[in-house]
Design a protein around this ligand. Structure first.
Ligand SMILES: C[S@@+](CC[C@H](N)C(=O)[O-])C[C@H]1O[C@@H](n2cnc3c(N)ncnc32)[C@H](O)[C@@H]1O
Length: 208
């Protein structure tokens, strides 16, 4: 198959950058964002750049190697003070934060260049997504990058689709975004936005 085009919708044409682009639209100085899978720190750095000096990012990973790389990159960029790195599964997110969140990124799968046996799992991913939708502010956004190529990934993909397709459509908009002309196992996106339904929701939404 020929190489995919380098740009789509104004950003480099891959699922991860489209996910970042989707959440970036609701992030500004003072916001609270969560990277549910810190990995090599690309998404954490991106979120840290968006939330400004007054904002905060919580980044989770089960691997200390991932958090070490992420921490080093944050220090190099001078962004470490606005990021809390948490060595825990994102399924335990509710133990670490209770305040309303503006945006979540879930980039599922395994650590590129790391141990490919340590990948995200259906049950824990769904638990974390349930917490995320609970914590999401009105107008807030969640982007999930879903992979289907590695062992166990199809089960996780099905679980994510089951959970997200059952969200109340009066409260959440849910979009599945898939490149129709790429390889069968190319990653796809689940994009979630919490509706702003009432005046008090609007007031809550604008406070970051
Ligand atoms: C595709 S990588 C993430 C890429 C990363 N966001 C980046 O920008 O480089 C997936 C990561 O999820 C982590 N992971 C696996 N299970 C997890 C869990 N239950 N909670 C949090 N992270 C988990 C892996 O250790 C791996 O680092």
């Amino acid at each position: 198959m020929a190489n995919p085009p380098t740009r789509f919708a104004g950003v480099k044409g891959n699922a991860v950058l489209l996910a970042q682009n989707f959440v970036a639209a609701v992030l500004h100085d003072g916001c609270l964002a969560v990277d549910a899978t810190a990995g090599n720190g690309n998404d954490t750095l991106f979120l840290a750049g968006r939330v400004g000096t007054g904002g905060k990012v919580y980044a989770f990973d089960i691997q200390s190697a991932a958090l070490d790389v992420t921490g080093t990159r944050l220090k190099e960029a001078g962004l470490q003070d606005r990021v809390v790195l948490i060595r825990a599964g994102h399924e335990a997110m509710a133990l670490h934060l209770t305040e309303p969140v503006d945006a979540f990124l879930f980039n599922l799968g395994y650590l590129p260049g790391g141990d490919h046996a340590l990948f995200t799992r259906p049950d824990t991913t769904v638990t974390a997504l349930n917490t995320a939708v609970e914590l999401l502010k009105p107008g807030g956004r969640i982007a999930v990058v879903v992979y289907t190529g590695h062992s166990g990934a199809l089960d996780e993909s099905r679980a994510v689709q089951n959970m997200t397709s059952s969200l109340n459509p009066q409260v959440f908009g849910v979009l599945k975004v898939q490149f129709a002309n790429r390889a069968e196992h190319a990653p796809y996106l689940i994009l979630i936005e919490r509706a702003i339904a009432k005046d008090e929701d609007l007031a809550q939404q604008t406070d970051c």
